[in-house]
Write a protein that binds this ligand. Structure first.
Ligand code: GCB
Length: 602
């Protein structure tokens, strides 16, 4: 099937682009999911069929109200707005597209009362051509229904129960992962145009030999079988100087004395990007379509002990993160993310994992430009049960993820799950199949899982290229004592390597910490305790680095984030080294001293 949304929308010489972000109309559905359908809420403006509240897009809807029933809503919510399509798009015979960069979890979309698409899976884009459904001589109605329910075959999985109080009942959503199940139209909604014959994908892979860079590219287009269309491919450097060009839709570009893409603090000019301009040219020499693809020339390779970038061994200094902030939840927020990147570089980090789902595309663009490396994780977290229907959706999430992110130089590894129940018998065949699926699409990056099971019982690691493990020594285990941290971390990492002969990294460790809470000697939840836990881990990491198979450390978490309500969380998960408003705890300074020293010594 055609996977939508592979190319990030652009305005170019041949394409136009606008966003439909802003304030939409919004209404919660009653518990009966059919109610809105029966009353045809998609046929006319929501304002005409009942009360609405204003809802910002993009944003999670949960935290913008004063109402528990909005925050904890389970089931459907309805959004709508009106939009115009410029009439010159019709005169120029442009196709009209609607693209949702992410709606969590499932969405159905109507244009002028006609159902145009359905998509299941949060955090991944989908798009649909709506040329035949729009008017040019008036406004168009766009309606979206969003379902946030997680079941045993959604990715991620969850459980719905019915709760009875005073003869009324409500639905309750539970899940085993701890981050709050924020929902809504989470990222930008694009309305854009392309010519009738348009570039529908660009795939690039890069290689390096000595000082020469190579780009293997493939430009595919749609809308014509004509043999008289040619592709013109031009590569520009950062100064907009053309360095090489070709006249084939698929081929190899050779760049002598190339500028390679390097990570932050590994090179004076990290994140070097070329721009490839791909154009379709018609039989009379006319320009049909143009798309601009950024390219970083770099290689990722790996052995049974190491991961290399441009043939240099990598040591990843990073974070597990979340898309999470006050009020807007998981809504894309450029202010937040520019700040996040400034803080990442302030600490001297060179990497993060998109725990536990794909992040907004703009985040990967920032990472490409700043030389921050990404372990790109699909939305499968706490994977359990391992049914065929789950497998199918899990594979689909990776197909959409790789389709979307394949060209980013910042993406150096795929993470296909976080903390699956990988001790279960069925996990073996299941992850074997998921890894084969990933390898059938991309062989250029190693595959990992953030594993929480004991190495003796886990059945997934045999299928991986790099083993990542999550462990909370001194927190969930040996609570209140850091005495055993060094021995336990060193033992566990070594055991993983001994068993599988693969590179190992620690993808999570940490301690919940209330900013401003102090105890000396160190005591759980205090800033001192978080620092103490880190110091012990740092000793272990330094010993492991000597051992020669240890490739990275990722503290959990970059910042405090919201969770479901439980008595084990105080206003959310507090393992951030930054608060939720991105102010440093003592741990941030401690981590910065280490990451900067590691970078300087490399
Ligand atoms: C984990 C999970 C992560 C949690 C973390 C915690 O193992 O992977 O999503 O937030 O532990 O703090 O409990």
């Amino acid at each position: 099937f055609r996977v939508g949304g592979s190319l990030y929308p652009q305005a170019t010489e041949t394409r136009d682009l606008r966003t439909l972000d802003g304030i939409w109309n919004f209404r919660k559905s009653p518990i009966d999911p059919e109610y809105g359908y029966r009353n045809e809420w998609f046929k006319q403006d929501l304002q005409k069929t009942g009360p609405v509240i204003p809802m910002p897009v993009p944003s999670s809807y949960n935290d913008v109200g004063e109402d528990v029933s909005l925050r904890d809503h389970v089931g459907l919510v309805w959004y709508d707005r009106r939009f115009y399509v410029p009439s010159w798009w019709a005169r120029a015979e442009q196709r009209v597209w609607l693209r949702f960069s992410s709606v969590h979890y499932a969405a159905q979309v109507w244009v002028n009362g006609i159902s145009v698409t359905y998509h299941e899976m949060g955090h991944l884009p989908f798009e649909v051509e709506i040329s035949e459904f729009v008017h040019y001589n008036g406004s168009n109605l766009l309606t979206v229904v969003v379902d946030n329910t997680l079941l045993n075959d959604t990715v991620p999985q969850g459980t719905i129960t019915e709760v009875y109080t005073n003869k009324t009942f409500r639905l309750k959503q539970t899940y085993t992962f701890d981050f709050f199940n924020y929902a809504g139209i989470h990222r930008t909604v694009f309305l854009y145009s392309t010519p009738r014959i348009y570039i529908d994908d660009v795939i690039v892979n890069t290689d390096i030999q000595g000082l020469t860079g190579f780009i293997v590219y493939n430009v595919t287009y749609y809308g014509s079988d004509s043999k008289n269309i040619i592709c013109l491919v031009q590569l520009f450097d950062k100064n907009d100087t053309q360095v090489v060009a070709a006249q084939e839709c698929a081929g190899l570009l050779e760049i002598g004395n190339a500028n390679f893409w390097w990570p932050y603090l590994m090179h004076p000019d990290p994140g070097y990007l070329y721009t490839m301009k791909a154009s379709l040219i018609g039989p009379r020499g006319e320009l049909i379509d143009t798309y601009y693809q950024k390219i970083g020339i770099r290689t990722v390779t790996w052995t049974n002990t190491s991961v290399f970038l441009n043939d240099k061994p990598l040591y990843l200094r990073g974070f597990g993160m979340h898309e999470d902030s006050d009020l807007r939840g998981k809504g894309w927020d450029p202010v937040l993310w520019v700040k996040n990147f400034n803080l990442l570089r302030w600490t001297g980090a060179n990497a993060f994992r998109t725990s536990h789902y794909p992040y907004a595309e703009e985040i990967y663009q920032l990472a490409d430009e700043q030389g921050i490396m990404i372990i790109d994780e699909c939305p499968s977290v706490d994977t359990d049960i391992f049914t065929d229907s789950l497998l199918k959706k899990h594979k689909q999430s990776l197909q959409e993820l790789i389709h979307r992110d394949k060209n980013h130089p910042s993406v150096i590894m795929w993470s296909i799950s976080n903390e699956p129940r990988s001790q279960l018998k069925r996990a073996d065949a299941y992850f074997g199949e998921v890894v084969r699926h990933v390898k059938s699409m991309d062989l250029s990056r190693p595959v990992t899982i953030a594993i929480a099971q004991n190495y003796q019982y886990d059945k997934s690691a045999q299928h991986l290229d790099v083993i990542s493990f999550n462990r909370y020594n001194g927190w969930y285990e040996d609570t209140g004592s850091v005495a055993n941290v060094v021995r336990k971390v060193v033992d566990e990492a070594s055991a993983w390597h001994r068993k599988h002969n693969k590179p190992v990294l620690m993808s999570e460790y940490g301690a919940d910490t209330i900013a401003g809470l102090h105890f000396y000697p160190e005591y759980v939840w205090s800033e001192e305790y978080q620092v103490a836990i880190m110091s012990e881990h740092f000793k272990a990491f330094d010993m492991l680095r000597q051992a020669g198979f240890f490739v990275g450390e990722f503290i959990w978490n970059f910042a405090d984030f919201k969770t479901a309500q439980t008595i084990t969380r105080v206003g959310g998960n507090r393992k951030g080294v930054f608060t939720r408003s991105r102010q440093p705890k003592a741990s941030a300074h401690h981590l910065r001293a280490r990451y900067r020293a590691l970078a300087a010594a490399a």
